[in-house]
Ligand binder design. Structure first.
Ligand code: GLY
Length: 399
């Protein structure tokens, strides 16, 4: 009798365990990815509709009241909504998304002649670049080639890098180059492949090589800004303008570095860039301050961790880069990278980060940090977080 009772208790315990484990079963990633792309398309159509009567406006973030804040074509973030719309059109083949993608892309055309910014890769390649990839429209192609020439005009052969900012921060630096600039090289690689002119690719490779030489610390974290002496061509200063401290690891800077070197490896197949990307990934993935949900604090060395703000944009950029990088490495490393990107996509797709339809100024993700030391864009939606989130979902879908 006692035995029978024990058996019953054991049975009930096992049954309860089974129920719990079924309840906690993770949603299949392909289901999650498709649902999130559908929800993102609904939200992005609302965003596009909200600015349809303001033909010079592009979304940037939200204000203190949570209302949409817009910007103009010359802002480095101008190409991200058009890019989101192209990606979502690629997924859904929806005519309204196509019309909106064309509309918002056309708003940026004048920037092809802008020689005052290094951000032409972000602005033009996310918008016209995706548009050209999906439509083959030669008008887009010519705009991109003009833009690449404008970007190349900022290259100084004595220094071997493209200049990032023209403002000099009260004479603080002579020739600032920021880690973010790695992202703009993709437009140059594309321009050489498309035009047959090797100049753009040579500039990109020189920029990447000098960045490896001068931007990284021994642990493969990156400074944000390296300024060069214009006479000697050597680094004169290394600082972290948008991070916590000059010697700290600003999260989005590490994300740009990881994505940038993964992309340069794709374009060159030179193993030194793959090695660099792996080392950056190693720094990020094994950092003791990377939270369990794998969405970084805005700076890996923020003094108020674990209460520091998260940066969803850095999480989305890292996820996208890791998915691509997983295709270039051995099986076990690939699994590590994909496992982390999966956790990031699950986190960003949860109610903690993913906004309900019609809220959040019609941006897709919440909780990014633009420039905390400047007290600007802290814990807000940012249009580039949305872009790299959608890109990661599509990359994951296409694995
Ligand atoms: N490229 C500027 C930033 O990441 O904030």
């Amino acid at each position: 009798m006692k035995n029978q009772k024990n058996n019953n208790v054991a049975f009930i315990f096992l049954f309860a365990l089974l129920l719990c484990s079924c309840g906690a079963k993770k949603e299949n990633m392909q289901t999650l990815v498709n649902r999130q792309l559908d929800r993102s398309a609904d939200q992005s159509l609302l965003m596009a509709q909200s600015l349809i009567d303001q033909p010079k406006s592009l979304p940037k973030t939200t204000d203190a009241e949570g209302k949409l804040k817009t910007t103009s074509s010359g802002d480095w973030v101008s190409g991200f909504l058009p890019g989101v719309l192209w990606y979502l059109y690629e997924y859904k083949h929806d005519t309204q998304l196509l019309n909106d993608a064309k509309n918002y892309t056309s708003r940026i055309e004048q920037e092809k002649n802008n020689r005052r910014t290094h951000d032409l890769g972000f602005m033009l390649y996310c918008s016209f670049g995706n548009g050209y990839r999906l439509t083959g429209d030669t008008v887009y192609r010519n705009i991109l080639l003009t833009g690449a020439e404008s970007l190349a005009s900022r290259y100084n052969p004595r220094i071997g890098l493209i200049r990032s900012w023209d403002w000099n921060n009260r004479d603080r630096w002579q020739y600032p180059v920021i880690i973010d600039n790695m992202m703009n090289l993709e437009l140059l690689f594309w321009a050489s492949k498309t035009s047959g002119n090797p100049k753009y690719r040579e500039i990109a490779i020189s920029h990447a090589d000098k960045t490896i030489a001068n931007h990284f610390r021994p642990d493969y974290s990156s400074y944000h800004v390296v300024s060069y002496d214009t006479l000697t061509g050597l680094p004169e200063m290394k600082v972290t303008h948008q991070g916590y401290a000059d010697e700290s690891a600003w999260a989005r800077g590490q994300a740009w570095a990881l994505y940038g070197f993964t992309m340069v490896y794709r374009e060159t197949k030179d193993p030194k860039y793959l090695k660099q990307a792996e080392r950056i990934a190693n720094f990020i993935l094994h950092h003791p301050n990377l939270p369990a949900d794998k969405i970084p604090y805005w700076d890996f060395n923020a003094p108020d961790i674990p209460n520091a703000k998260r940066d969803a944009s850095a999480g989305a950029i890292i996820a996208s880069a890791l998915i691509e990088l997983s295709g270039y490495v051995d099986k076990s490393l690939a699994k590590t990278y994909l496992d982390v990107s999966e956790i990031q996509l699950r986190s960003l797709s949860s109610p903690e980060y993913f906004a309900e339809k019609g809220t959040n100024g019609n941006f897709i993700l919440k909780h990014s940090v633009g420039h905390l030391p400047g007290n600007s864009e802290v814990d807000v939606p940012l249009t580039y977080a949305d872009y790299y989130y959608i890109e990661s979902l599509l990359r994951y879908k296409n694995l």
